[in-house]
Write a protein that binds this ligand. Structure first.
Ligand code: FAD
Length: 465
């Protein structure tokens, strides 16, 4: 199978094709450089060309032509993923969906849209139409697409109330185009959604989504300062368990994260501040202030509905989720991160144990989430990186203690997930991408079913620089 790039470019010349070297290079990269493990391995990755379809019909045309000439296709939303998900390891075509950004029907509780619409634009359209908003979004709301969120993300702002994207009801329907001689268009609901959601575009291209909505609120951003980390963690966890109080975000930052890395917040905290960042619905503010009054150890230092700082901190969710790592990295390039799941009911105990063992090499940044109806904690811990061996050791110790680590220093689906094949995704890839041309190198089960997961997987097809 030798890809015939020239033949594909000639056949698609009437579409919006990008051939400028710098533009191709930037459309071939995402936030993989967050990881000191991925950075040296993927830095050279580059597609041969970028094509920007304007419709599902053009997507079908691109896939048909690339299939005929054995050219790999890697889909791109906005390229904000941070494990190299959107990087074309074998070169070939980057299918950039930025033009497919139409918002369709909006009805009570749901919206239909194309994949390339930005999360913020989708939210704005739903709010303007009928006072509704997305239930959850990645903290890259301002820059990321809904298609990329569903194909590459997991949850985020809103997960404290609604759980993760993979939970039933958080995606209603996906329309998908296959990579075959004659691409098919399929519609998935229910069990079938798991075939392509969080599959990195390895087995189909999502061309339309139907997503659930909730009533929109003018969320109040709050920052609460604690001297004690345990008190901060307990406050956020207990608040999320107050069933009558509607919140969209509860983040916890161990000292000295806020002082060291959050420039606009720094003047208002000390190196000993353990900070909690919150989004609370305006009608829940009375209840929230009552809750706060029962915890005199928490000091409310910022509320966006009564601003009193010279310089406002900006959206509080842009300090949370993976923005915490981004802010830390900007100040100290030696920082990297982990993605940890501390499951109910041992979540606080586990966090305490990891903190005792690793602070200050590992600093706790927690996001409160809902998982199977229980409030628990996701850790996007900040790690002071020394060597890959030490990073692996820290991950191993977390797993031995009973925490689940989704390794963000790997580019394959399995290694970034539960270290095993997902038969639903693999079976659908066999059906929908028989030549293995979609985002090659990202699904170990396809390339090496007997892989043992003892070491980092290095896809043999990774094109050399
Ligand atoms: P891309 O990065 O372009 O794509 C992601 C994956 O989906 C790739 O594998 C791509 O090939 C595939 N893909 C894209 N569109 C399609 C399609 N239409 N059909 C099939 N496959 C497709 N993630 C979270 O889940 N929660 C967070 O809170 C969060 N916070 C972040 C904060 C920062 C600062 C950064 C850098 C990243 C964060 N991320 C987070 C990761 C990422 O931003 C999100 O997952 C985002 O929603 C991805 O959208 P995107 O448009 O950039 O997708």
């Amino acid at each position: 199978m030798t890809p015939d790039i020239a033949a594909v470019k000639a056949a698609l010349a009437h579409l919006d094709i990008e051939e400028r070297d710098t533009a191709i290079r930037s459309a071939s990269r995402d936030f993989f450089w967050y990881s000191p493990v991925l950075k040296p391995r993927l830095d050279h990755v580059r597609a041969d060309f970028v094509v920007r379809p304007r419709s599902e019909a053009e997507v079908i045309e691109v896939l048909r032509v690339c299939h005929a000439h054995d050219v790999p296709v890697t889909t791109r939303g906005a390229g904000t993923g941070n494990y190299g998900q959107a990087m074309p390891l074998a070169g070939g075509c980057v299918l950039h969906l930025k033009h497919m950004d139409k918002v369709g029907e909006i009805a009570p509780g749901r919206v239909i849209c194309e994949p390339g619409v930005l999360l913020k634009d989708l939210d704005a359209a739903c709010r303007a139409h009928s006072g509704q908003e997305l239930r959850m979004f990645s903290s890259t709301w301002a820059t990321a697409t809904i298609g990329g969120f569903v194909a590459g993300g997991s949850g985020g702002v809103g997960s404290v109330r609604w759980g993760s994207l993979r939970d039933l009801g958080n995606i209603i329907r996906l329309r998908v185009v296959t990579m075959e001689a004659e691409p098919r268009v399929l519609e998935f609901r229910g069990e079938e959604l798991a075939r392509v959601s969080h599959a990195y575009g390895t087995n189909g291209i999502i061309t339309e989504l139907e997503m659930p909505l909730a009533p929109a609120h003018d969320w109040v951003d709050l920052l609460v300062d604690f001297d004690d980390f345990d008190a901060a963690m307990g406050f956020a966890d207990d608040l999320a368990n107050e069933d009558g109080l509607l919140i969209k975000l509860a983040s916890v930052y161990e000292a000295p994260i806020a002082h060291a890395y959050f420039a606009r917040i720094k003047p208002h905290v000390t190196p000993d501040s353990n900070l909690v960042g919150l989004m609370v619905a305006p009608h829940a503010m009375d209840g929230f202030l009552t809750f706060l009054g029962r915890r005199p150890e928490g000091r409310l230092i910022w509320r966006s509905d009564a601003p009193d700082w010279d310089r406002a901190p900006g959206q509080v969710f842009e300090y949370g989720w993976n923005h915490t790592t981004l802010r830390a990295l900007k100040v100290d390039p030696a920082i990297t991160y982990l993605q940890v799941r501390y499951a109910f009911p041992e979540h606080r105990v586990l966090v305490r144990a990891m903190r005792e063992e690793f602070a200050p090499e590992v600093l706790q940044h927690l996001e409160v989430i809902r998982e199977n109806g229980k409030v628990s904690l996701a850790g996007l811990s900040l790690v002071r990186f020394t060597t890959e061996a030490r990073l692996d050791e820290i991950i191993r110790r977390h797993e031995e203690a009973g925490a689940l680590v989704f390794n963000p220093h790997r580019y394959t689906l399995e290694e970034g997930g539960r270290q095993k094949a997902d038969p639903r995704q693999l079976d659908f890839k066999r059906e929908a991408d028989p030549k293995g041309l979609l985002n090659p190198g990202k699904m170990i089960a396809w390339d090496d079913p007997d892989w043992s997961y003892d070491a980092i997987y290095a896809w043999p097809g990774l094109r050399a620089s």
